[in-house]
Design a protein around this ligand. Sequence first.
Ligand SMILES: [Zn+2]
Ligand SMILES: [Zn+2]
Length: 328
Amino acid sequence: MANGNGHPRILAFIGGTLESVTEIHRLDLPLPWELGQVNAYLVPGAAGWTLVDCGMTTPECFAALDMQLQQAGVAWRDIKTLLLTHMHPDHMGLAPKVLELSGAQLAMHRREFALLEETVEATEQRREPDEALTLAHTPLELQTKVIAAFTDVRRSFVRLTPDVLLEGGERWGDAEVVWTPGHSPGHVCLHFDDGALLTGDHLLENITPNISWVPGEDALGDFIESLKRVAELDCDTLYPSHGLPFTGHREWATQTIAHHHERCDEIVTALRLHPRTAHELVSILWPRRLSAFHYRFAVYEVLAHLECLRNLSQVVLEPDRTWTSTID
Ligand SMILES: [Zn+2]
Ligand SMILES: [Zn+2]
């Protein structure tokens, strides 16, 4: 069902009478990236509105957020909580401004806050080169290009002081917070009692969310576990951070797990022929020229797969930064 502004609404009817109403407003915000847009969601609650994510730091994004709040009849001061699904710049960029205008409390997962602190510190101390690029044995010239391509993105991570650190499993109004590490270590979804699921970037209809290597973690293994966790939930409509609402979370989880298993198989097959660095694997898995920007996503994705395979004892990292298969 859509209201006058074209925002989907969820109406929960219990036993034929209207006992509780969850009305979620989808705010469609423009992004200067290929993705095109990001969704923020306004969720009502007894303690006022919760804004889930807030878009990135561009004047266009702020203007769209401001206008769509007005259309929804929600004043800045009516927002009592800003809840971040995760700390990526397209989701949290406007947080300082939103917090200032609304006076809202900030809620995010404990692990995501820790990662944000680390990221901001690394940028402030200009800690370069990138640990992942070193591990991948990326040629120095390309490392410089990748670091340059991400300068603006890195600057958009800003220090935040959460009032509430989420763990997952707690109640949030009519919803339960579901911790879904993988796309980011402290990513959360909101599972509403009426079956709606705010998925963040954990489930996106036509896109496989990128899984980024995090030092010392098995991000892909975590992601697959998080998909299994979500597949066990009773959900109807899925409200993603990018794109339109969709359905079918169990099929989506099954297909996405299969996709990553295939990718792991491709990597193991390549390593059986020859020990290779993560950088070399990128050109096998993406046999076309990648921009420095896209190369970074690719190399982090490859490292996340290698880390998962290492956890399963299927590959080994050698001192010269090549990876070998343990399977004959
Ligand atoms: Zn993200
Ligand atoms: Zn996103």
